[in-house]
Design a protein around this ligand. Structure first.
Ligand code: NAD
Ligand code: UD1
Length: 340
């Protein structure tokens, strides 16, 4: 299939482009490079030996995005485009609502005009809010989001459900990611955050490379085995393969489907720190700090539905995640560097 990867130059998008090309799909990528570099696309081409047709385009701009649909016969869209920084979303909510929703509106409108039926959407475990039961199945209550970023995901899920009700020919996969981490084993592509990382793993790798003195472990008084927050970390390559499997499902005329993409295993912040101690070969310095506002104690998936219906099985463990994240960071201390 010829797949439009919206936001494909970003962290998850670039890894998904690799897996799509490896699976024999053609990739058209559209990204305004707001939070990414074109270098990621060059490197995907190097890894796979295949080419990507790239458009630098704001997907909230209807006219500009129309060119992509006009010039390419698209069979399906994977929609990664969006802003994802939780604290920023609290400060500038309108920017988040506008960008995250408008990009979906424009792409869905053009899909209708160009008769494209298959759509994969990047949602997040954040739609479950503070879980009442664990592990989380897809039937668990959603909507208790605690920040505008999470609320954009919840709203978009609802909009997609309404669209599928109105048009039974649409096939939509909502993928609720747990915590994607790590990098492609080649060390050529990986996560390249701007400024101070908000998320645990990029912060740890920056401590390991010497850019930051120590990690703040946010809270050791949660009701978890060691008191630190527990999450379901999933290797980015496993997550990327989940998108290829979701496309296969859509191709069967699935209608609306929703899947958790996680491993089903919960690891604490200190478990992750210790996995990095091993990967890096020396202890990662850390200090216990106050809880981060809005954080939950524990969150992990029941991955059974994705396993049964997609054949999705995460094959990498936390030691692989730490090894590959460190491989990427140590080979690329400044990420993709400045754009040429
Ligand atoms: P990312 O920021 O690396 O990638 C998003 C890409 O979208 C970037 O390349 C950015 O330039 C592009 N983009 C943003 N707005 C755009 C616009 N208006 N027009 C064109 N391109 C635009 O983020 P990521 O980690 O790869 O996440 C991809 C998607 O998955 C996002 O929607 C994110 O909310 C979601 N998600 C991510 C995580 C995570 O932990 N990384 C977890 C759950 C869900
Ligand atoms: C966060 C977002 C979530 C988003 C996801 C991916 C919040 C509340 N949630 O998830 O919506 O989908 O990122 O972008 O921001 N930690 C530390 N020290 C740090 C950083 C993190 O101890 O410097 C801890 C956190 O308290 C948490 C764990 O590490 O227990 C994971 O944090 P993080 O990587 O930010 O992911 P989430 O908070 O799960």
């Amino acid at each position: 299939m010829r797949i439009l990867v919206a936001g494909g130059a970003g962290y998850i998008g670039s890894h998904t482009c690799v897996e799509l090309l490896n699976a024999g799909h053609e990739v058209v990528c559209a990204d305004n490079l707001l939070n990414s570099k074109y270098e990621s696309i060059r490197r995907v081409e190097k890894i796979t030996g295949k080419t990507i047709k790239f458009y630098k385009v704001d997907l909230a701009d209807y006219e500009a995005t129309k060119v992509v649909f006009e010039e390419n016969k698209i069979d399906g869209v994977i929609h990664f485009a969006g802003l994802k920084c939780v604290p920023e979303s609290i400060q500038v909510p309108l920017k988040y609502y506008q960008n995250n929703l408008d990009t979906v509106f424009v792409v869905m409108q053009l899909m209708k005009e160009y008769n494209v039926k298959n759509f994969v959407f990047s949602s997040s475990a954040t739609v479950y809010g503070d879980p009442k039961v664990l592990p989380l199945t897809e039937d668990c209550e959603v909507g208790g989001t605690t920040n505008p970023y999470g609320t954009t995901k919840y709203f978009i899920e609802r909009i997609l459900m309404d669209m599928c009700k109105a048009d039974s020919s649409l096939n939509v996969a909502i993928l609720r990611y747990f915590n994607p981490v790590g990098a492609h084993p080649s060390g050529m592509i990986g996560e390249d955050p701007n400024g101070i990382p908000n998320n645990l793993v990029p912060y740890v790798t920056q401590v390991a490379i010497g850019k930051r003195p120590y990690l703040n472990v946010n809270g050791n008084d949660y009701d978890t085995p060691d008191g630190t927050g527990v999450r379901d970390y999933i290797h980015i390559v496993d997550l990327a393969i989940g998108h290829v499997l979701a496309l296969n499902k859509l191709a069967t005329g699935s209608g609306l489907v929703i899947y958790n993409l996680g491993t089903g295993n919960g690891y604490s912040v200190l478990d992750i720190v210790h996995a990095f101690d091993k990967a890096v070969g020396r202890p990662i310095p850390y200090k216990i700090a106050p809880r981060r506002p809005g954080d939950i104690a524990a969150c992990y998936a029941d991955p059974a539905k994705a396993r049964e219906e997609l054949g999705f099985v995460a094959k990498y463990g936390v030691d692989d995640m730490a090894r590959d994240a460190w491989n990427w960071q140590s080979k690329n201390p400044d990420g993709y560097g400045e754009e040429q």
